[in-house]
Design a protein around this ligand. Structure first.
Ligand code: FAD
Length: 432
């Protein structure tokens, strides 16, 4: 083992060696492997993609949307500003998806469930018994614990198998409607990508592409706090236990743009450093980003109200289920909770994923059209995955038929989803 003094000594020697080495390689020219790089090579490479479906945001919902679109036969590109898939699950470290069940039965399955299940199986983890309902106020007991690292690897594998192309470190700069869909300019370091696509699935969490396309969004003046996930003093145990920073709130956490997210991360990290110092803790693990609960929601064709949400209202175009109590976090006070009436669980209509008066664009994830209280429950991961699969199916089918998602017969989307193991909400009138 090297002590601090020995470490400094060896580092300085290493640095000196590097300097001598680099001037030596310049002198020895062609033997060194050094090549001359012209300034023109630093210009971004221009790429054009012609695809059926562009998914923006490879997080909780976006990953599932892209896999569904790819499996349905659509040529699909996913653009993700970060370096891995999974979003809040992986980058944020919130790796305990809920809720796939309600009142003793599984209500969400399909591609999201497949990915979670395969991840738990490969990791040797365990599953809750969904037939054993712990009670609506103890819902969290049926959340699964997944290994986020494995999840990101398996998400990439499933995208590849579905023929989905992944573009990391990129984001859209402009979005223009065309006769056949969209023209989207994306940028990343060293890359300028033009995407011509028939359909966009916006899974950015904050409906960023929807806004760029000119449709309105909603948000509150006050937003829920975010959380910085980290681990102090003990080793992490991914897939088994949660990180222990869990309730380290970051007030006003806002991922609307690079400036607000930078400020959010700096604030979270500063608080963490203070905590390490004040408690004489050892920092064992830190997620790269503060995870953000709330920014924008779309102003959709249908708005899911908290009454719809809690009563389990069935919409004519219901496309997937959801379940979680109303769960509004607030800085400085306790979580505001409200529970469903016995046996009820929410249904999400396709029209709540579509911005008002829009064509060829659909969202999935926490930006679903809903009032604030309904959104505080709808934003959970299993529900986001179910929305992702629904949006991916609708976009793929619409691209295939050269139409827009809301012009499709709803039963055609449902049939496609069922072919991919999704659970479709049941019409209570059809049951009687
Ligand atoms: C602290 C916290 C605790 C939570 N606890 C739970 C829980 O216990 N159980 C549960 O099920 N849910 C929980 N949730 C809720 C849930 O994790 C999130 O609401 C959900 O994961 C959001 O999914 P999403 O797909 O909408 O967004 P995300 O998963 O955040 O994905 C958005 C993706 O889009 C990318 N992106 C954003 N903008 C752009 C752009 N312009 N271009 C390209 N890419 C972009 C992001 O990098 C990200 O990968 C929690 C959330 C938080 C914040």
């Amino acid at each position: 083992m090297t002590d601090r003094r020995g470490f400094l000594k060896s580092t300085m020697a290493g640095t000196a060696g590097l300097i001598i080495g680099s001037s030596a390689t310049k002198t020895f020219g062609e033997d060194s492997g050094l090549i001359e790089v012209s300034p023109a090579d630093a210009q971004p490479t221009r790429i054009t993609n012609d695809v059926d479906v562009l998914v923006v945001g490879g997080g909780t919902a976006g990953t599932i949307a892209a896999i569904q679109a790819g499996r349905a036969g659509a040529s699909t590109l996913i653009v993700e500003r970060d370096s891995l898939l999974g979003g809040t699950i992986t980058t944020g470290g919130v790796s305990f998806p809920g809720l796939f069940d309600a009142w003793g039965e599984q209500i969400i399955a399909g591609i999201g469930w497949e990915l979670v299940r395969d991840c738990v199986l490969l990791d040797g983890g365990s599953f809750p018994d969904f037939s054993d309902f712990p009670g609506s106020d103890r819902h969290w007991r049926n959340q699964l614990r997944i290994n986020p690292f494995l999840y990101s690897l398996m998400a990439e594998e499933k995208c590849e198998q579905a023929g989905v192309e992944i573009a990391y470190y990129e984001f859209p700069l402009s979005v223009t409607a065309t006769d056949s869909g969209w023209h989207v300019n994306c940028v990343g370091f060293g890359t300028q990508r033009t995407v011509n696509c028939k359909q966009i699935v916006d899974c950015t969490g904050g409906a960023e592409v929807v806004a760029m396309a000119g449709y309105s969004r909603l948000r509150e003046s006050e937003i829920q706090p975010g959380t910085h996930n980290y681990q102090l003093d003990t080793a992490t145990n991914p897939g088994r236990s949660r990180l222990n920073g869990g309730f380290a709130y970051v007030c006003d956490a806002d991922s609307s743009n690079s400036r607000t997210l930078t400020a959010t991360n700096l604030k979270g990290r500063k608080a963490l450093l203070a905590r390490v110092r004040s408690g004489n803790h050892r920092l064992m693990h830190m997620q790269p980003e503060v995870s953000v609960r709330e920014t924008y929601r779309i102003d959709g064709e249908t708005v899911i109200t908290v009454d719809d949400y809690l009563s389990g209202h069935y919409f004519e175009d219901s496309i997937c289920n959801a379940y979680y109590p109303v769960d509004l976090h607030r800085c400085g006070s306790s979580i505001y909770k409200k529970y469903h009436t016995d046996g009820a669980f929410p249904k999400i209509p396709l029209s709540a994923l579509v911005p008002k008066s829009s064509t060829n664009i659909i969202v999935a994830g926490r930006s679903v059209s809903s009032d604030r209280l309904a959104n505080s429950g709808l934003r959970v991961q299993a529900s986001c995955m179910a929305m992702g699969q629904a949006a991916g199916a609708a976009a793929a089918l619409a691209a295939d038929r050269d139409t827009t998602p809301l012009s499709l017969p709803i039963d055609d989307i449902r049939t496609l989803l069922q072919e991919h193991d999704a659970i479709i909400p049941v019409d209570p009138n059809a049951m009687s």
